[in-house]
Write a protein that binds this ligand. Structure first.
Ligand code: PMM
Length: 407
């Protein structure tokens, strides 16, 4: 079952944010905008009091708190789930005290050394965004060997730091930080390979909304809010891979998710037999050919339609191919990132040696189910050989092969 991602509405109570600077500085206007975004489909309002726009003046934490706290409190009083977008531990603590449920830290705990411990004590959720430093350093730190892998590795480091500080894993989110020390191509690469981020095991938030790499697709001088259509397209295209999307215009992204959801629901309602022969390859084309293969597994069992086969038993030989994305295992060298072939071999043999059945087709289905019980495997090919089958003419081997996958 496909789950629709949440929409987090951006509420910048700053005089100088790049996309909506100055519009919601007045707490009443901010509350009205928050309520509007919730009515349009936002389940979280992300309140920020310091612009992260390149060149923006840093804001003292006291000023930041003066801006955000009345707005956080007013939204919370309306029963709205609030996230506080801050790099300052003191602002995070005050906002959670005022009722915020999430701390969204664009620095992933790097800007304020007190942040991780503070969050650990607060009990709130915590968004670790990918960050390589303040905007004035970006020119010097925007090189990546391969952005999806580098960003994932660096986020993994921050994720471990958060765990070490005492934040429980179920409270953590990760965010690739689109536009932060990333050139245009890096943002597109990250969007193309969001699956890599999922390997961290935390929920994934993505904020593409109105960012410059989208604006680069429009004629020069196009107003920033015309990037909302492009943002909405990103929302729909990323929906399979993320848990939440941080957007300024909730309405257009909610509409885009309606379209995505209608397609996803139709896919879920496909008849069960479809799953038995159609497998969806990973969205990521780079991983589609990856596989673990076991050949010549031997099992002794009592399958067959003849009495002597049931009584005496015979040898069955099994070949199995399990297709799964092996890139994380290849980069982190961790057994936990793949399927243990020794365990898989034992499971296959034990499935074949189970209760006797008439047909090797049935044995093959049993083996396929065992292989697919490993969640990472998206498709399996199983061949069951019966070299001593009761065939009255000389023969070398007889086998059946099936290909099964999850839909
Ligand atoms: N982008 C901005 C600010 N905060 N937080 C997260 N988690 N992810 C983002 O991509 C992100 C963020 C950029 O500025 P904006 O508030 O004007 O969108």
């Amino acid at each position: 079952m496909t789950t629709r991602p949440e929409l987090w509405g951006v509420l910048n109570v700053t005089p100088d944010s790049f996309s909506d600077g100055g519009r919601f500085v007045d707490p009443e206007a901010a509350l009205a905008q928050g309520l509007r975004m919730v009515a349009e489909g936002a389940s979280v309002i992300d309140v920020g009091g310091e612009s992260t726009r390149p060149g923006a003046e840093p804001v003292a934490p006291e000023v930041e708190r003066e801006r955000v706290l009345p707005v956080v409190a007013a939204l919370v009083a309306q029963g709205i789930r609030v996230s506080i977008d801050t790099m300052n531990a003191s602002t995070a603590a005050a906002a959670v005290e005022a009722g915020a449920a999430i701390v969204n830290d664009v620095s992933g705990g790097l800007a304020d050394p007190a942040m991780l411990e503070t969050v650990a004590g607060l009990g709130s959720q915590y968004v670790i965004m990918h960050w390589r430093g303040p905007s004035e350093t970006w020119d010097a730190v925007s090189d990546y060997a391969w952005a999806p892998q580098d960003v994932t590795n660096e986020l993994m480091g921050r994720w471990h730091a958060a765990l070490e500080a005492g934040v429980q894993p179920e409270r953590l989110w990760v965010d690739p930080g689109l536009g932060f020390a990333k050139r245009s191509e890096h943002n597109w690469q990250l969007l193309a390979e969001l699956g890599t981020l999922r390997s961290i095991g935390a929920r994934v938030l993505v904020g593409a909304s109105r960012k410059r790499f989208l604006g680069a697709l429009l004629p020069e001088g196009t107003p920033v809010d015309e990037r909302d259509l492009l943002t909405a397209v990103v929302s729909a295209l990323a929906a399979d891979q993320v848990d939440a999307l941080r957007v300024h215009d909730v309405r257009s992204s909610a509409r885009a998710l309606d379209v995505w959801q209608s397609i996803a629901t139709a896919a879920d309602s496909a008849p069960a037999y479809r799953a038995s022969y159609v497998a969806s390859p990973p969205l990521d084309r780079h991983a589609r050919g990856d596989a673990i293969t076991l050949t010549g597994l031997r099992a002794f069992a009592h399958h067959g339609v003849f009495d002597h086969e049931r009584r005496d038993g015979q040898e069955f030989v099994i070949d199995v191919t399990a297709r799964l994305d092996l890139r994380s295992a290849g980069s982190d060298d961790e057994l936990a990132s793949t399927v243990h072939y020794g365990v898989l071999a034992e499971q296959v043999v034990s499935a074949v040696e189970g209760d006797p059945v008439d047909l090797i087709e049935t044995v093959a289905e049993r083996v396929a189910a065992v292989v697919l019980s490993h969640g990472a495997v998206w498709q399996t090919e199983v061949t069951v050989h019966k070299p001593q089958a009761p065939i009255t003419v000389p023969f070398a081997d007889v086998s059946v092969t099936i290909v099964r996958g999850r839909s």
